[in-house]
Design a protein around this ligand. Structure first.
Ligand SMILES: C[S@@+](CC[C@H](N)C(=O)[O-])C[C@H]1O[C@@H](n2cnc3c(N)ncnc32)[C@H](O)[C@@H]1O
Length: 333
């Protein structure tokens, strides 16, 4: 159901809550509330307000709101709620890492983008891509692991095991490593920039799968890949940073690298679910902020390019997992 048909009061309350929550979170970050707890401390509103030099009562309500958002956990000490102890929840480890401030610096660039058209980052430009993604992919891994785990489970419940996978624009390796965790008899080749692949290699070492992976390092448009070899290619969150022409070229290259029954799995922000509408819209706007030519291409647009590359059969599904914006477009040789 589109928002147009929703109750105006519902829309108003939703907007009011999102806006309030967003302000409280950003101000809490700016005023040091998250930082003050980063050592794992459990503190009362009194203690934290003394430590930061702020007033106790509004600090208590800040913490209570952050708790309602899932950013803090709360422990009762006695009947007086003001003495409850607050500590950072698990998600806070992520919020104090790469995606600190929920990318507030990106959103603050929006007026400049609107007026001047210049993006904040150029993550799709070859010269910047390696450095930018070296920093970003660990956070992407954190966000995408549940989705990738479900996708891997689904894949192996319908297909043979012990396969050979190429993960193009692999980043952390989240898509193909999830397949390896699901089926340890499979093998993975990762194609990405050398600095980015260091991140994937460190994960592989930690998870004891190093001997199951190989890498093809460098610009994936230029590197040499084995021909007619792979059963599956995972292409996760790559189509939206490539132009139409670059997608067409990479589809052809992937086609040639797959064996005769090979399959391409494209994961991207292409879900059709209504409950993913806001996530998709923000994502597309975010792409304008962080890329020069980034664009979300839908299966209807990619289908003809895949056909031209030689792929014969196609299927699409929206993935049933938060933020309900990721879809899987499959193309078979
Ligand atoms: C949005 S990230 C996706 C990473 C991972 N597949 C995921 O879904 O988390 C895009 C990846 O493509 C890689 N990439 C982009 N352009 C590339 C190029 N020309 N050559 C090699 N890798 C490239 C980036 O380094 C990055 O790891």
């Amino acid at each position: 159901m589109s928002k147009m048909n929703k109750d105006p009061m519902h829309i108003y309350y939703e907007l009011m809550l999102m806006n309030g929550a967003s302000y409280v979170f950003q101000i809490a970050v700016k005023m040091g509330y998250l930082q003050a707890f980063s050592g794992g401390d459990k503190l009362s509103a009194k203690k934290i307000s003394e430590r930061l030099g702020y007033l106790e009562t509004p600090s208590f309500f800040m913490l209570e709101t952050l708790e309602s958002l899932g950013i803090f956990e709360r422990e009762k000490i006695n009947k007086n709620p003001k003495e409850d102890l607050f500590s950072l929840s698990k998600v806070a480890a992520f919020l104090t890492g790469n995606y600190q401030n929920l990318s507030a610096d990106y959103w603050e660039h929006l007026p400049t983008l609107l007026k001047e058209g210049t993006p904040y980052k150029k993550m799709d430009i070859v010269e910047e891509s390696e450095n930018e993604y070296q920093v970003q992919v660990k956070a992407l891994e954190w966000m995408l692991t549940p989705t990738a785990a479900i996708a891997a489970k689904n894949y192996f419940s319908n297909n043979k095991k012990g396969i050979s996978i190429i993960d193009v624009g692999a980043g952390s390796g989240v898509w193909s490593f999830s397949m390896l965790y699901e089926d340890p008899s499979s093998r993975v080749t990762l194609a990405d920039w050398p600095a980015v692949l260091e991140v994937a290699k460190a994960t592989a070492l930690k998870n004891k799968i190093s001997e199951k992976i190989t890498t093809i390092e460098g610009n994936f448009h230029e590197s040499t890949w084995p021909q007619d070899k792979f059963d599956v290619c995972t292409l996760g969150n790559v189509t939206h940073i490539l132009t139409k022409e670059a997608n067409q070229a990479i589809f052809k290259k992937i086609y040639n690298s797959l064996n005769k029954d090979g399959e391409l799995l494209i994961f991207d922000v292409i879900s059709e679910r209504e409950d993913g509408h806001l996530a998709r819209s923000l994502y597309k706007l975010g792409l304008c902020i962080r890329t020069v030519k980034g664009e979300v291409f839908l299966p209807d647009e990619m289908g003809p390019w895949l056909k031209a590359a030689g792929f014969k059969t196609f299927s699409f599904e929206s993935l049933d997992i938060e933020p309900y914006s990721v879809g899987l477009f499959k193309a078979k040789k």
